[in-house]
Design a protein around this ligand. Sequence first.
Ligand code: PLP
Length: 407
Amino acid sequence: MIVINEHFLKLQASYLFSDIAQRINAYVQAHPDKEIIRLGIGDVTRALPPACIEAFHHAVDEMASDATFHGYGPEQGYLFLREKIARFDYQERGVSIDPDEIFISDGSKCDTGNFQELFAQSISIAIPDPVYPVYVDTNVMAGRTGICSGGRYHGIVYLESTEENGFVPAIPDTPVDLIYLCFPNNPTGATATRSQLQTWITYAHEHNALILFDAAYESFIRDPDLPHSIFEIPGADEVAVEFRSFSKNAGFTGTRCAFTVIPKKCRAFTPTGKRIALHQLWFRRQSTKFNGVSYPVQRAAEAVYSDEGRRQTRELTDYYLQNAALILHTMMRLGFHCTGGKNAPYVWVKTGCDSWEFFDLLLHKAGVVCTPGAGFGRCGEQYIRISAFNSRENVEKALHRIEKVFS
Ligand code: PLP
């Protein structure tokens, strides 16, 4: 008898986006003449930067000739890309990361989801609420949780991100071994200061714990005092792993390229308490299960670091940040308490009512789609997320309609 992994049965069907789609469909059928503006998605809308396209084309042409063709690539990714990442994302910011400590992948979703495979079943895990759902679901699949009741899985320590703590969770009362953090945050758009991150690094040292730091939105940071990497915090290289992506800075959501940084010093422990380098374990895991990112895509990602590429990606993220600023200012002017929108492409709006009710209100009265906060966790009740990933024209039109509803 072929028996399934029963932990999959614990997964809550992700009703969020199908519920949203159903409500939109119902609205469109009832109002076929009304135009809808979608500010609910986390996908980018603007084209790849010209520097990336040029490098992409050139690399595809290389594949057309025996002399320049590339077959299977190096397991950790091509050195030309890892060298650029180490230099521009880390060394030039005063952070000592070596190209050897970087693993190129096809997405931070896969890496943040797969990384838990390296750890024992029995570890205790701490996951923020609200949260990007991948961290929770992959631990459920792995059997590290009990059943879900009242929207929360038994066995997970939820780190509540609320208005009171500025959406940066505090150290939990219960000891934990694996901690997921994400800054700038999806969905709240909140950022963490050096001292807030230092608290977590100190905790990880004191409790022999590990931090998985998701920095997928790093490129939206503009405040010069905010850290761009967890490795800017002293002591982080022993207790943290960082995930970065080209999805949001360079529009690679459909092209697929990301990377994970595991300093050689970063450690975990065997059941008998012997230190073991996570770098070697992840290398073993990736070289067994992952085939790498295609050569043309890695060349396109490399172009992000050329002079032109850096200027063009900055222009892209500036564009979305200007959208975010418009959203933030409008919602605040209308009297809503908001976070995010300054160093992040998301604005987290406190609605003062049920988040689905507010979603329906925006859809029916303004023809604008947002994401109900409840879909990201219990602490998202009464909030909505508005995404800056759309054209300026659509954002302005949506905000104009929202203003008409509330003023
Ligand atoms: N991490 C966070 C917090 C995200 O919001 C997303 C995508 O929306 C990802 C990771 C996925 O990134 P990638 O496209 O590299 O898989």
